[in-house]
Ligand binder design. Sequence first.
Ligand code: ZN
Length: 155
Amino acid sequence: MFDLKDLYQEIIVDHNRAPRNFREILDADIKAEGYNPLCGDKLTVYLKLDGDVISDVSFQGEGCAISVASASLMTDQLKGKTEAEAEKIFETFHELVTDRESEIDLEKVGKLGALAGVREFPARVKCATLCWHTLNSALEDHDQGKDSHETISTE
Ligand code: ZN
């Protein structure tokens, strides 16, 4: 029988074992570090922008399976998207992992749905959202012309 939970588990295991876009972008326009002290997850997100389109996005770092899989899925989703689209995806994702009452619209969230399970575990939400918060603050700083080479902590 088809079991969605098994499929989700598989996506997380796969993205943790073989993270997508796990590399440094040497000429990145934006580089930002994120740290989740609750779990010890530490990630660096790299971005290349072409106007307001994310032409390349990658990450490196160490963390638990949830944080690595989430960053891998995020980079997979964001390539080729505009900043505004990225923000929308982040909002959708944030609701997915934090709002226990929200309905999971698989058409809207796609593979990111694999992380919906963390909504049942508040302590793991920060693992799943670390890469997104890091990216978001970096984009905001960038848009305001600020240097984003600082560590963003989710605490
Ligand atoms: Zn973690």
